[in-house]
Ligand binder design. Structure first.
Ligand code: GLU
Length: 328
């Protein structure tokens, strides 16, 4: 399809977003807020909602965490319009893309990624994971077609040949963004040493396959967007996704929620007898809605106004968490 045809087909198609939990542990209050707002934007605006499990990050993926995430979201009152898609079921598509990118000389094999730090770059780089700017040590002197398949089992990782340019895009919450990927992370990983696609690559193919038009997610992934934009262009995918990065809920140390911040998991709250309406009430208060009185997801969707969403991160203190448990 010529790009103008693709663009007009896209503009005629129904808008769509996705819920895409990573099954790396139980969903916490911060995840719940992101998913509730994503679902609400979709239900308010008539977008289709796809559901995807982001389970490529194998050392961190926990068995059963996919089912637990689905149960938590259903318990909160969320629903979706598609079958559940697993990234681990799409490896052949990712490999086909890697073969194409390598044949076009847009990615290259890298042998200097034995350290744990480099391994972290391969996964979804949520905040708190430290990214290194890769110095391009294995970058060939000139672009050249490379046979991905013949090198796949030789234990090399693969990096994207990052162009030296500034990527510009609009975020619906954070406004115009200008990012030099070359300066921030350099030639980033697109596949690990097992030849498995990185999150940065897979997410583009998944979103395209599911017809996603609106990406709504936590602001810790804002810095990934420029990388994904470059990859979309390299893959020949339309680049005009609409992005909504929601300010995260963080602990008092400013980091995204984790065990050390207390029992913030939805399953822990549920097991302690906290009703879903109370959790949604607390989330409503964090979204700039009145006093945070208990309400269902459907009522939240009636009341929510993206214009009222505070542009700052929510800091969840111990007292705020206690109040959710106590119901006061
Ligand atoms: N699975 C990612 C997360 O839970 C979201 C990925 C994305 O929205 O692109 O943070």
């Amino acid at each position: 399809m010529r790009s103008t045809d693709a663009e007009s087909a896209r503009s005629r198609q129904r808008r769509a977003t996705r819920l895409a939990p990573s099954p790396t542990g139980g969903l916490h209050l911060g995840n719940a807020r992101t998913f509730l707002v994503t679902w609400t934007l979709a239900r308010q605006r008539g977008w289709r909602i796809a559901f995807r499990i982001d389970d490529l990050d194998s050392p961190r993926t926990k068995p059963g965490a996919d089912r637990a995430a689905i149960e938590d979201l259903r318990w909160l009152g969320l629903d979706w319009d598609t079958e559940i898609d697993y990234q681990s079921g799409r490896l052949a598509d990712y490999e086909a893309a890697l073969i194409r990118l390598a044949a076009a000389g847009l990615i290259y094999p890298c042998r200097c990624t034995r350290t744990q730090i480099a391994a972290r770059i391969a996964s979804a780089p949520n905040e708190g994971d430290h990214e290194l700017c890769y110095g391009g040590f294995c970058r060939p002197a000139a672009r050249q077609p490379i046979d991905f398949v013949s090198l796949k089992s030789s234990g090399v990782a693969w990096r994207f040949w990052t162009p030296n340019e500034t990527v510009e895009f609009d975020d619906q919450i954070f406004g115009r963004q200008r990012v030099s990927v070359a300066e921030e992370v350099g030639d980033f990983l697109v596949a690990n040493k097992q030849g498995c696609a990185s999150y940065q690559l897979a997410v583009n193919l998944d979103d395209e396959a599911a017809g996603i038009t609106d990406v709504v997610r936590g602001d810790d992934l804002l810095s990934s967007t420029a990388r994904q934009w470059l990859l979309r262009r390299a893959l020949g995918l339309p680049c005009e996704l609409t992005y909504w990065h929601l300010p995260l809920v963080v602990g008092t140390d400013g980091m995204r929620l984790a065990k050390r911040h207390g029992a913030t998991r939805i399953s822990e709250l549920r097991d302690a007898g906290v009703p879903a309406v109370r959790i949604i009430g607390a989330i409503a208060a964090w979204c700039g809605l009145d006093d945070g009185k208990p309400r269902s997801a459907a009522k939240f969707a009636e009341d929510f106004d993206i214009e009222k969403l505070p542009r700052q991160r929510v800091v969840l203190t111990g007292e705020m968490l206690d109040a959710i448990y106590r119901g006061s």
